[in-house]
Ligand binder design. Structure first.
Ligand code: F6R
Length: 357
């Protein structure tokens, strides 16, 4: 039930801090340590390469998940769009492990890949929000998101839950390999939950950003470098699916290779700048688009901000910023759709789970 909320999407955005705390609790043992079924950790450790398969928002979570697994557990990861896997099948390693990320657990494109790799005799983990769903039943192992039902077509809390489960999987695997802990993840995820709460309390700010940047535009661009680039892809998808604004997410450095031709007077460019090593690079890109008339909206992180930035998210661990920097993008998309009189929870042409290939 959406209770006092005008839309499920807004309710589900607001639930994200609670979901974070629930995930911490569900994945903690009696000693307060994060744990994952030993069988799953063994499968991770036996693999020489991990193949993440997913669609849409779940694919975007996979792109970030690759960074978590490679940086923390040091296992190579490839991320594939499920509908492409059959045609562009990568050369598989000797001991592949497949991870399917799917909120609904019913996405036909992803299931087709699962059927195919099971036939080939490989092991698969499904990360899903729905216990007993098709992909959960047909995989060897399941990791649950514990996000509660997601009703709005646009995925919000499932995305951040997917990231949280992926980072727990990565860190628990790292620990099992005798690696030094990279951080106190329970603590860091608690900090994330608090930061999410701060952002959920600033809705008016996002409403006014949406009004200023997106009420009358035809298109919008999301740019980022490093992990911020992946968050930009998700921001663009959110915006286009519910507000019908043509939106594109791309790597800041790619601007000059073509896309900059589209920038004209007033084009909104939303830059995500939460990573120290790319901070100056992305700001250089903002200068380039501003020189061509763009209307820039800069989302940065405390400690890395410059004067004139549009919105500053609270400071969280640098690897985990996508869990937080996506909230402004979700909220801006929500208000953009609202200002443009769109049906937020049920956008045209879309269904919550895509059960056809
Ligand atoms: C976007 C969205 C879709 C889904 C995609 C995969 O907001 O909801 O892009 O992410 O259809 O769905 P699942 O995760 O259920 O496999």
């Amino acid at each position: 039930e959406k209770g006092t909320y005008p839309h499920y999407m807004l309710k589900e955005i607001d639930e994200q801090p609670l979901v974070m705390r629930k995930i911490i609790q569900k994945y903690q043992n009696d000693n307060g340590e994060l744990t994952i079924d030993q069988e799953i950790i063994t499968a991770m450790n036996e693999a020489d390469r991990i193949y993440i398969i997913a669609a849409g928002t779940s694919y975007h979570a996979g792109l970030v998940g690759k960074q978590f697994i490679e940086k923390l557990a040091k296992i190579p990861v490839e991320v594939h769009i499920s509908s492409e896997f059959g045609y562009n099948m990568p050369m598989l390693s000797e001991k592949p492990l497949f991870i399917f990320i799917t909120q609904s657990g019913e996405t036909a494109d992803s299931r087709a890949v699962l059927v195919q790799v099971k036939e080939m005799g490989y092991k698969a983990i499904t990360i899903t929000n729905v216990q007993g769903s098709t992909l959960s039943r047909e995989a060897d192992y399941t990791l649950l998101l514990h996000a509660g039902p997601e009703i709005a077509v646009a995925s919000t809390k499932a995305y951040t839950a997917q990231l949280a489960v992926l980072v727990i999987l990565a860190e628990v695997t790292a620990k099992s390999r005798g690696m030094e802990p990279n951080f106190n993840l329970v603590r860091e995820l608690g900090i994330i939950a608090n930061a999410m709460e701060v952002l959920c309390d600033e809705k008016e700010e996002f409403e006014s950003i949406a009004r200023e940047f997106l009420t009358v535009t035809r298109n919008a661009f999301f740019i980022g470098r490093g992990i911020d680039f992946y968050v930009g892809l998700e921001g663009a998808l959110k915006l286009k699916e519910i507000s019908y604004i043509q939106a594109e997410g791309f790597a800041g450095g790619e601007l000059k290779h073509g896309t900059i031709a589209l920038i004209e007077e007033g084009t909104p460019v939303i830059a995500i700048a939460t990573q120290e090593i790319v901070n100056l690079g992305i700001r250089g890109n903002v200068k380039e688009v501003v020189a061509r008339g763009a209307n820039p909206c800069i989302i940065s992180m405390k400690g890395l901000e410059f004067e004139g930035d549009t919105f500053i998210i609270p400071e969280v661990h640098e690897l985990l910023t996508p869990l937080v920097s996506v909230l402004p993008l979700q909220l801006i998309s929500y208000y953009a759709a609202l200002h443009r009189d769109c049906d937020v929870d049920k956008p045209r042409n879309l269904a919550k789970s895509v059960t056809v290939e």
